[in-house]
Design a protein around this ligand. Structure first.
Ligand code: APR
Length: 253
């Protein structure tokens, strides 16, 4: 029997029987697209100082913050493409099973993969906002060759439209995520350490409202030994592909 065959079957059966499947994703789902996670030995915070994403630091040192932000989010990861994990979640939406994705990621890869109902808990790096007049821009409208970028209307400082340390969660995404967690009967946790509040509480709410939890992560997380019902220890792309293939090959959908 292949590794995890029993667990993959159980996960596929749960999904097929589900009425409201929700996926909660963290940095781990984008690792196979070449985007490193935040934490751990290879994580971004082992190479960069997280203070560049602190709101107060950003306003005091916009040029310095922007130099690092551009290097990380636009030069290194700007061309990243969805991997088989993102594409599998898109397939699950297409066959009518996945109701929404709640993501902590700001990389826009769920959108590129084709999912249409996405609650962006931490915002999106492909959008920018003027810190003075709140005008919105897409990344392609902003010239990053001169830093910091300024608003073409009021010359205010532009900021990526993802949340920095010290900022609150966008209320619409927060409330939509809570509603989805409360409605879920099956809930994926994919590639998240579960260390960052308040996002980390969303899976807890799903469990409290009766959802079965399927977790995919090569390393155990804060959820694995308390919350998770089916733990699939592996890479998101590999495991999600196996689950979707199992559903498509072995079952009528
Ligand atoms: N497939 C699935 N999971 C993976 C993979 C993979 N191929 N590779 C690594 N992982 C797992 C790691 O084992 C780890 O548990 O992904 C997780 C990444 O953890 P974090 O870097 O802490 O990411 P996340 O939980 O999304 O962080 C939350 O912290 O500072 C921030 O705002 C940022 O949204 C981010 C938040």
């Amino acid at each position: 029997m292949a590794k995890f065959e029993k667990e993959i079957n159980s996960a596929a059966e749960l999904i097929l029987a589900s009425k409201y499947l929700v996926a909660f994703t963290g940095a781990g789902i984008s690792v196979e697209s070449g985007i490193p996670p935040f934490r751990g030995a290879e994580g971004l915070w082992s190479k960069y100082n997280p203070e560049v994403l602190d709101l107060h630091y950003f306003h005091r040192n916009p040029k310095d913050s922007w130099r690092v932000i551009k290097e990380i989010f636009y030069d290194f990861f700007g061309n990243a493409q969805p991997n088989s994990g993102h594409l599998s979640l898109s397939k699950l939406e297409e066959i009518g099973k996945l109701k929404c994705v709640i993501t902590q990621n700001i990389d826009n890869l769920h959108q590129l993969a084709g999912n249409t109902v996405i609650h962006e808990f931490h915002g999106n790096s492909q959008k920018m906002i003027c810190t003075n007049c709140s005008k919105h821009f897409t990344v392609t409208e902003v010239d990053l060759s001169v830093l910091p970028p300024l608003c073409d209307e009021c010359h205010g400082l532009l900021k990526p439209d993802f949340i920095f340390f010290g900022e609150s969660i966008p209320m619409d995404a927060y409330h939509a995520s809570v509603r989805a967690a409360e409605n879920a009967d099956v809930f994926f946790i994919i590639g998240s350490t579960g260390e960052v509040m308040p996002a980390s509480q969303i899976p807890v709410m799903a469990k409290q409202h009766g959802a079965k939890i399927i977790e995919i992560n090569p390393e155990p997380s804060k959820y694995t030994h308390g919350l998770t019902d089916i733990y699939l220890q592996g890479k998101a792309g590999d495991i999600l592909t196996q689950i979707v293939n199992n559903i498509i090959l072995n079952h009528q959908t």
